[in-house]
Design a protein around this ligand. Sequence first.
Ligand SMILES: [Zn+2]
Length: 374
Amino acid sequence: MPETYRFLIMTTDPVHIGTGGMMLGRVDNTIVREPGTKLPKIPATALHGAIRAYAARRYGKLRCAGQGQTEHSNHCGLQKCPICYTFGYSKGSKDSFSGVVSIMDARILLFPVYSMVGPVWVTSAEALRDAGFSNNTSVEENRAKWSGLTDGDFINLGWLMLKKEGNWTPQDDLKNKLPEPVKDRIVLVSSNLFSQIVNSNLEVRTSVAINPETGAAEEGALFTYEAIPRATFLWFDVVVDDFRNAFPSKKIWEELYEEVKEISLPAEITENEIEVESVLKKLGYINKRPIKNKDESEAEFAKRKDEYWEKVQRSYEALKNVMKSLNWNAPIDIVNFGLEWAEHLGIGGMGTRGFGRIKNIDCWRVKEDIGGKR
Ligand SMILES: [Zn+2]
């Protein structure tokens, strides 16, 4: 049976994911939006890419980090690899696997707006309902509901002055998940107005287009683009369908690790290293030890060998670290490992120029599993 986990995240940087991919440029400065509501979103592909890459890095398995089949990414594709098992692998058209998790788009739940009474977070009945939070009220067009915040009957949300329709605070199922300063500063508006408020309060940035050939700024090539601002709360689902029921938990690794955990590298090439090599190979860190090609000089071969032993050593250090610091029993743990690093390294890759950090606020199991579209 598929299991659905819901994540509540908060942006700690402006997040811009363009419609055309992850590169910033004049052609690709349109933020990705939901078709119906026109609300900006973080597309699933960007989340999946970042979560996979960071999870792989935490395991020291850079080869399993990317999309597979590129110069920098060569998925090990082993059943014992938690990264390839969880996110899938591609080793060419004949040998690929789609993985056991589906990560969905992240949608806006609470959007920060500056008001005369300080920052408030705007939401709508539809946004609350879609994220699965209980709510028993709605609000008329061009009115708002809130509690506290002001003594008066009006609140200004950026450019907009709204009259109070009544008192309202979120129910406990949402309130209990929110940070203290946020939970009492939420304003309910209609979904129409929610979309307008979000779209007119996006972070607008100006940047310079870089000529990809020269690496220099193009003259007069300033462009602006929009980003989801800091302190926006979004939610997304991760559907786990572990139909193989063979997830390589830490236990499976421990048996292999037991044989080599006392060894200290570097040393002369000894019998011990051969054991380490064999374990690293079984866990998908390294391939075969290099052998000399006919058309290769001694120097070239020596260089390849050096690189190989360097990788053995690096992988072994990574393995020791993983066994010491991580505990994993299920694919959702691997997703969490990746997401934890997105808190520092952000999503969206280099194209976002250091933007895109997101913080995991909470994760819970959703009872009525929606089932992943695979
Ligand atoms: Zn792998």
